[in-house]
Design a protein around this ligand. Sequence first.
Ligand SMILES: Nc1ncnc2c1ncn2[C@@H]1O[C@H](COP(=O)(O)OP(=O)(O)O)[C@@H](O)[C@H]1O
Ligand SMILES: [Mg+2]
Length: 391
Amino acid sequence: MAGYLDRIGAGKILVDRSPLSYDWTPNTLVGRDDSLSELASIFSQIENPDTSCKAVITGPVGSGKTVLTQVFANDLRKHLEGRRKIVHVHVNCRNHPSGPQVLQQIAVSLDERHPERGFSAGEMIQSIKRYLRTHNAHMLLVLDEVDVMIRRDSTDLIYRLLRIDEGQNERGTMSIILVSQDASLLRLFEPAIISRLGASSRMNLHPYNRDELLQIARQRAEASCIKGSIGEDVLGKIARYAAESGDARLAIELLEAAIIRAEREGKGQVETGDIHPSKMRSASVEPNQVDDLSEHKKLILLAICRRLKKEDVISSGDALKLYHVVCEEFGFEPRGYTTFWKHVKSLEQSGMIESQTASATKGRGRTQHITMSNMSPGVLETRLSSVLSSN
Ligand SMILES: Nc1ncnc2c1ncn2[C@@H]1O[C@H](COP(=O)(O)OP(=O)(O)O)[C@@H](O)[C@H]1O
Ligand SMILES: [Mg+2]
């Protein structure tokens, strides 16, 4: 019901705010025909009731991974109507990061009366299977941001799900699409999983170019605003800013902020001056993700971001040194190596950074390489510096 407030200030430009929300699913996707066709070919046998398909989709933030799976699942369901019943279940593992939570989400999406607790993983999987069998349905399961669950909980659940029909008479219980920002997702899997996923099931989405971002912004503008209230110059400026990262979400956020600003000022048209890109950049990070970190985690993350703004990777040794520098700057006593490393691991578990053992380790100790593929280090750095200095 709180949505009724969205109408406040609406009038001269805005007709409907909902297309500006990023969980709004457009009917057609800009520039992703090839990706949809590729998915369709991975799922080419899906009409056969004994068939299950698997796909892995990677790509940077805002490259349309989530929306691609949604559009594909909707289209597929409609396409197979009357031939095979497809139930689409989408779980975002960032919101449900443990194996049991993911299973619970699946069970609840299938049947909202599913009881909250008290089942083992095996029992949950049996009950999911039973549901699908009695409803004569095939589940298309999308595990979005799946690396967050894998880093926290290992790959056990994925393995179980991929083997759901093995050693039984059943076939074709579920298809799975794994989605992640982490292009090296497959390195997190054991060979048994990789071989079950199959080599031809992987797709990587590229960041959008300026023209695609322009079309995405135009699609949202047309769906939400009075015709003629947003000029091509405005859309062009938005596309130019968003093209730096290729992030469609940024384009949509810039558009929304510009519309709201213009409406507040009582204007009947959005102008290029209503676009304020620098503010939007830091706003596009989920603020609570860094705000809620402990002081030392913030300091460590800041140290890492400073280097990763300029380079793709930082060694654990350099991260420790830079952490000491940052501690001094903000007046904190640095913690010892063990605590430092525990914090790094915990930042990794929450999906903010990744670490990997360096292939050629020189000297003593276990050098790790730290990278950040889920977020923009520059944006995080700004946020962390301001949070730390306001304390
Ligand atoms: N090709 C596209 N056409 C139209 N809208 C898109 C397209 N790609 C992404 N979007 C929109 O941009 C926003 C971010 O996309 P999303 O799928 O959430 O990206 P990701 O999951 O890769 O971070 C969403 O609102 C989505 O609907
Ligand atoms: Mg997504």
